[in-house]
Design a protein around this ligand. Structure first.
Ligand code: GTP
Ligand code: MG
Length: 195
């Protein structure tokens, strides 16, 4: 799939402001610092669309990008930060909960998990939470460039084993730095759009 236009569409801090346009959503979720914004930039082949930072908690709103005038990529705030910021954890939960309730019929979720860390307690909670919806979920194993091939294979097996009870449609190894997995993710988006 070719990306020919990227339009920052909405940056939403409160549930009342979610866009009502009926585009399909491809949403990226994961703990803070897992590499969501970098991954979105990598997919779009642009450096500065989604803000990347060494300090966790950079993305504190639900960020919508309209791609090719036909679908949304959505960057969610990372979970597991927030306590030292103005925004309290409860606010995050409410915003995300409303987002999923409102858009569950039109979304595909990409759940990012750090290849070196594996699923954390919050990742497991996220997966349990998603079981009540029937949108499809793909696990993206991020920062894959940081592991050697054998370590990566081990990490992938471990992650699959820990998540075996959840309804996950695919696992993709990803690295924004090495552009690994980019084609697979774009293909998975294309498949949904062409359905
Ligand atoms: P929040 O917005 O805080 O939730 O973080 P995020 O999940 O959007 O992470 P972000 O993309 O800002 O990346 C966090 C850090 O990880 C940055 O220092 C990135 O440069 C680094 N990083 C992201 N992806 C990769 C990758 O594929 N490989 C390597 N080596 N580093 C990465
Ligand atoms: Mg971010």
């Amino acid at each position: 799939m070719k990306i020919y236009s990227v339009e920052p569409f909405a940056f939403v801090h409160t549930p009342q402001k979610f866009p009502k346009e009926r585009y399909r959503h491809f949403v990226f979720a994961g703990r803070s610092n897992v590499g969501k914004s970098s991954l979105i930039n990598c997919l779009l082949n642009r450096k500065l669309v989604a803000r990347v930072s060494k300090a966790p908690g950079k993305t504190i709103s639900v960020n919508y990008y309209l791609i090719n005038g036909s679908f949304f990529l959505v960057d969610l705030p990372g979970y597991g930060f927030a306590l030292d910021r103005k925004q309290k954890r409860g606010t995050w939960d409410k915003l995300i909960d409303s987002y999923f309730l409102e858009n569950s019929k039109s979304l595909t979720l990409y759940h990012l998990i750090d290849s070196r860390i594996g699923p954390t307690e919050l990742d497991m909670q996220m997966e349990s939470y998603c079981e009540k919806f029937d949108f499809s979920r793909i696990i993206l194993i991020t920062k894959s460039d940081k592991l050697r091939k054998t370590e990566l294979t081990k990490s992938l097996e471990g992650i699959k084993e820990l998540l075996k009870d959840f309804n996950i449609s695919d696992f993709i190894l990803f690295s924004s730095k090495a552009k690994l997995g980019r084609k697979e993710v774009l293909r998975s988006i294309n498949e949904k759009i062409c359905k």
